[in-house]
Design a protein around this ligand. Structure first.
Ligand code: SAM
Length: 213
């Protein structure tokens, strides 16, 4: 994949320059708490040399938290924005994470090869068909006894934030993002055998845990 292929990739690469700052303003102290909630939920997966894949990893905050928690795991961050990956690499002082450029709808991995696959605050931003393909790909690459974790925003409650959320999604062509976020478990139950829902302590995000067998 060439680094800048679509307008969407260009958008994210520009966004990468102020993404972490934006998240700091947007989430405040809840950002770290939300990441920790996801990483802690994964501790039911046992083993030293486990393989972890973070789809749409952005600037790497989640996969770097996994790398810290699992010092012997093989950790990979996957994203289609070269700019986001460059920022992520800069944060990975110990070179622990393999950062891979690629499309979430076509993962460059064999079936059944990861113990943990996660995707944080990104699925809702994908266009409808890409989102469906990305979920199917996560299912394909996770091991039968592995876990897929999807972290998503709760529907914003504040009227102004709701409007801003809507405008941003319309600009990105993800006009069904709000419906997707509101759907709770339906999109996951269509694909996975077992699905569980939990909520972060701040109530701003939810975590969907999926098993394929
Ligand atoms: C809102 S950011 C989330 C980043 C990170 N997961 C986090 O929690 O901070 C969405 C990310 O998804 C990536 N992305 C969007 N569409 C993608 C696609 N089709 N394939 C791979 N990455 C994609 C973007 O480049 C961006 O880094």
């Amino acid at each position: 994949m060439s680094e800048i292929r679509t307008g969407r990739q260009r958008y994210y690469t520009i966004f990468s320059h102020f993404y972490d700052f934006f998240i700091k303003i947007h989430s405040g102290s809840h950002g770290a708490e939300t990441r920790q909630f996801l990483v802690d939920a994964a501790q039911t997966v046992r083993g030293r040399h486990i393989r972890i894949l973070d789809i749409c990893c952005g600037t790497g905050s989640v996969i770097l938290a996994f790398a810290k928690k699992y010092p012997e795991a093989l950790v990979t961050g996957y994203d289609f924005s070269g700019g986001m990956l460059r920022k992520a690499k800069q944060k990975d002082g110990e070179n622990r994470v393999a950062f891979v450029l690629g499309d979430a709808a076509r993962l460059s991995y064999a079936d059944d090869c990861f113990d943990i696959v996660c995707c944080s605050h990104a699925l809702y931003e994908l266009k409808g068909q890409v989102r469906i393909q990305a979920l199917a790909e996560m299912k394909r690459v996770v091991k039968p006894d592995g876990l897929v974790f999807i972290m998503e925003h709760e529907v914003p409650r504040h009227p102004l934030i709701k409007i801003l959320f809507h405008i941003r999604m319309l600009m990105m062509g993800s006009s069904d993002a709000r419906e997707f976020v509101e759907q709770d478990l339906q999109p996951y139950e269509k694909l996975f055998t077992k699905v569980a829902l939990s909520h972060t302590p701040s109530g701003k995000s939810k975590l969907i845990t999926c098993q394929k067998s």
